[in-house]
Ligand binder design. Sequence first.
Ligand code: TXA
Ligand code: MG
Length: 336
Amino acid sequence: MKDFQEAAARLERGDVIGLPTETVYGLAARVDRHLGIEKIFRVKARPFFDPLIVHVSSVDQARSLTSVWPLAADILARRFWPGPLTLVLPKAGHVDSQITSGLETVALRCPKHPVALELLRTLNVPLAAPSANRFGRTSPTTSAHVRSEFPEENLLILEGGPCEVGIESTILKVSPMQGSNVQLSILRQGSIGESLLTQALAQSRISCTFESPVAAEAPGQMKHHYMPPIPLVYVQRPQSEDLGPLLAEINSRLAEFPHDLEGVALPKPTAPLRAPMVLQLNENPIFAARELYAKLRELGRGPGDLLIFFHESSMIGESWSGILDRIQKAASLHLT
Ligand code: TXA
Ligand code: MG
């Protein structure tokens, strides 16, 4: 495949490429090409304090990037890889500190996408790759999304079709083992939740405790993210037939829409909003995750000037939590 060889050649000379994974498309560079790592941050306009996930082709390759490989990490990697689980572990000395933003840990995952896996195996070098969107914006789930994020770049994007999972991987910090117990911390929710992790470890007679992350451990988990170009309101109520009263309520609270959050400019309405659109998702969370980002992009283009999401009471449980987390972070106003 011509694109494949071209991708390898570009990576070799320290360039970046668009890479399909099962979660979202990534903007990838070789971990041993500092130029490429720098280019990722520049192209995305990503702050240097926000570290990158390193993609590997095997457990052994992951292990070579760490200084400690706890039994729990081994069990989880062998159970969930290739797949949407990122493990945060103490890093090996040779890992470029720009990748890890100076942290002592590195985030690792093996993606479950034939194109990504084949490229990783061919190169036999890990690839650092954040989601292929400009900082703070909605993650891409098709190659066309990636193209539209960086129209000015002559970016080679490997075609991998629409992403199957649709939201980013679960990020899990794994502490060193204490006997047969391990302390875990979910830094970002995704499709693999606490119960699946607990079950997998229990099968190997490992118990685990979940701790809430401290801010310094999760530098990229901003309050605001995934932002569509028109304001999104998160409504924790059942959907109403008549949107009129809700629209009036939202218009009475326009002053509460922030101009920016954590340095990312938000779509702040200046005149009364008139044309609400509803972000409607499939009732099955697997399909809802798959369609979420494409819908956010499509609806974000209009013709409406406001997006409303109704958090229905049926959207409960671990399989919804990653999806609801993304929508909350994309929202400018929350109504309960
Ligand atoms: O599904 C995914 O994880 C996608 C695909 C492309 O693999 N990647 C992705 O990357 O979502 P990105 O950069 O958009 O989000 C990675 C998150 C960031 O919030 C970053 O702060 C966090 O991972 N991260 C990376 N290294 C870390 C570390 N050593 N400790 C804590 N958090 C880390
Ligand atoms: Mg991202």
